[in-house]
Structures are given as structure tokens and as C-alpha cells.
Design a protein around this ligand. Structure first.
Ligand code: ATP
Length: 215
């Protein structure tokens, strides 16, 4: 059977239980053989002050240490400049071969800006796009982007069949359960001296405390 591999990109500043639970549920629901979280490089002027790419990666690694079902992939950090998703997917396609199904997962907050991405209309030549609905973010109903989405999207009941029967080319929009947690809220809590315990894995919280992050 065709191998089906999911990738979930984000800043993960810091990784929290909302990201982790969603990644696991996507893997289970879409029957991915593997699922990796892919932290993106953030230009230093946009990053949280005093939190390096290596520290974001260290938190991701700690979060996944006890989870055999999820992996991390640091390729975008290693390039040390912002990566185009097109380039990341081209690299993955070259590594995984023409037959593997590649599913790039993202929240609706990212997807609504897709039209501004480098070579966005070519992304579906490399992968499927799995989009997670998020409260407050709606797909546009008209225009080039709306038409493109309508042309390529499959209804969620057919999602598993669609992504397992071809290596790339579909947009799948899902409405999974989302834990109402955001990294912004966690950073604000810590900045205000309020504990974010139970929003992030304990190992991540211990690391944040030991390194004095987000204060
Ligand atoms: P911030 O608050 O700093 O914007 P975030 O947690 O929303 O952080 P990212 O770290 O970039 O943002 O998130 C990576 C991906 O995870 C995005 O596609 C986003 O839509 C999704 N995401 C963020 N929070 C949740 C959540 N609670 N549940 C599910 N998905 C989430």
C-alpha cells in the first residue's frame, strides 16, 4: 500500500498540548504511517526575545520524547532563513519518492493566506494540503483562491480514500476537536508570572523554567 506521511508546520513557540493532540488526532483520523512536526525558522526580529530556534526545537523534542507516534523534523531550522513551503515539499518529495502520499497540515489561519505563498498553485503538485478549521477563520467565498479551493477540495468523508489513493493534489478541510490553547496565551501567562501548567507538557514547562524563557 502507498505510504502516507503527514507533516505539521508551525512556530511552536512554545509547543503546547493543542498542537500535540491535533497532530496525533490527524495521524489517527487520516491513517498516516508517520507524522512529523516541522518547526519553522523565524527571523530574529519576529522571534520571542531570548528564545532561539534551538530552544524551540529542544522543547519540541522534550514534548515528543515519550510519544512513539509523532516525530520532529528540523530541516527548516537548519537552513537558518525562512523557508518556502514549496522548497520544503520539493525536498521531501525528492527524499520520499514519487509514490508516497505527502500531506502538509496547517490551520485555517495559515491557509487563508496561501495566495501570498511562493508558487502556491504548484504546492498541490507536491503534496495534499490538510486544513484544520479554526474558530474565527473562514474560507473566502469568491475569487481566484476560492475557486481553486473548490476545484481541488474533497469532502471530509472521502478524505482518507483521497489522500491514500494519490501522492498529491487534494485539499482536505477538516473540523477536528481543537483544545482552546494558544502559544500567545502561554507566553502572556509566563510573562505575567502565571503558571501555564497543564497547557504544555511538564517536561516543556520544566525547560521553560530552567532556561528562564518568555519572562
Ligand atoms: P501563536 O499564538 O503564537 O500564534 P499558535 O499556537 O497559534 O501560536 P503556531 O505555533 O504557529 O501557532 O501553530 C502551528 C499550527 O498549529 C498552526 O497551523 C495553528 O493553526 C495550529 N494551532 C495552534 N493552536 C492550536 C490549537 N489549540 N489546536 C489546534 N491547532 C492549533
Amino acid at each position: 500500500m502507498r505510504k502516507c506521511i503527514g507533516f505539521f508546520g508551525g512556530t511552536f513557540d512554545p509547543i503546547h498540548l493543542g498542537h500535540l493532540r491535533l497532530a496525533l488526532e490527524l495521524k489517527q483520523q487520516l491513517q498516516f504511517d508517520e507524522m512529523s512536526l516541522v518547526p519553522c525558522y523565524i527571523p530574529p526580529h519576529r522571534a520571542s526575545p531570548d528564545v532561539s530556534a534551538q530552544q524551540r526545537l529542544a522543547m519540541l523534542q522534550l514534548a515528543l520524547a515519550d510519544c512513539a507516534e509523532l516525530r520532529w523534523d528540523a530541516r527548516e531550522l537548519q537552513r537558518e532563513k525562512p523557508s518556502y513551503t514549496y522548497d520544503t515539499l520539493s525536498e521531501l518529495r525528492a527524499e520520499l519518492g514519487a509514490e508516497a502520499s505527502i500531506c502538509w497540515c496547517m490551520g485555517m489561519d495559515s491557509f487563508v493566506g496561501l495566495e501570498t505563498w511562493h508558487r502556491w498553485q504548484e504546492l498541490l503538485g507536491l503534496a495534499h494540503l490538510v486544513v484544520v478549521a479554526r474558530p474565527g477563520w473562514e474560507l473566502p467565498v469568491s475569487g481566484v483562491f476560492a475557486e481553486w479551493v473548490a476545484q481541488h477540495s474533497v469532502v471530509s468523508d472521502d478524505a482518507v480514500g483521497a489522500i491514500h489513493s494519490s501522492p498529491a493534489g487534494h485539499v482536505v478541510i477538516l473540523q477536528p476537536r481543537l483544545l482552546p490553547i494558544s502559544a500567545t496565551e502561554i507566553r502572556a501567562h509566563i510573562g505575567a508570572g502565571v503558571s501555564p501548567q497543564f497547557l504544555v507538557p511538564d517536561a516543556v514547562l520544566n525547560y521553560i523554567r530552567a532556561e528562564g524563557l518568555y519572562r
